[in-house]
Each structure stands twice: as structure tokens, then as C-alpha cells.
Design a protein around this ligand. Sequence first.
Ligand code: SF4
Ligand code: SF4
Length: 81
Amino acid sequence: MNKITIREERCKGCAYCVLACKRELIRIDPERINNLGYNPAVFSNGEACTGCALCAEICPEVLIEVFRERGKVALKWQNAE
Ligand code: SF4
Ligand code: SF4
């Protein structure tokens, strides 16, 4: 199963990743506030993630990592630092 992780403690809540995900798997959590004072983005852990990495590419803070499953191998995609 494909999935992403978000470093929520550094998220600034800009919601670019929310707009980027065509599967609507990411949302801004209005119930939580991180140490920076923002409502962070969270992943729904849905099985619909395609591993397209659009969310990771658009994040200006480089907080999203994408894990793609191909057979038994989970590939870790990292945005350029
Ligand atoms: S990798 Fe693609 S499908 Fe998965 S959460 Fe990111 S934008 Fe959505
Ligand atoms: S694009 Fe990055 S900084 Fe903006 S809401 Fe998503 S995870 Fe947070």
C-alpha cells in the first residue's frame, strides 16, 4: 500500500498539499495546533493513495515523504533538500 508521512510539527498549514491531492487524502486538522501555532496537515491513511508524490513536490517546507509499494519493496521518495 502506498502512503505518505507528514512532519506535522513543522507544518505551516498552507494547504498546498491538500489542494494537490486529487484523491482528497490530506486535510488540515482544525482540532490540533502544532508547536509553530498552525493547524497541521494530516493524511487520512486511505488505501486510495497512488504514490504520485504531487503533495510532496508542492510542499514548500519539504515535510512530506512518499512510500510506494511495488511487490515487497517500499520505495522512499524524497524531495530535494
Ligand atoms: S502521493 Fe498523491 S495520492 Fe498520495 S497523498 Fe500525495 S498527492 Fe495524494
Ligand atoms: S504543503 Fe507542507 S507546509 Fe503546507 S500544509 Fe501541506 S505539509 Fe503543511
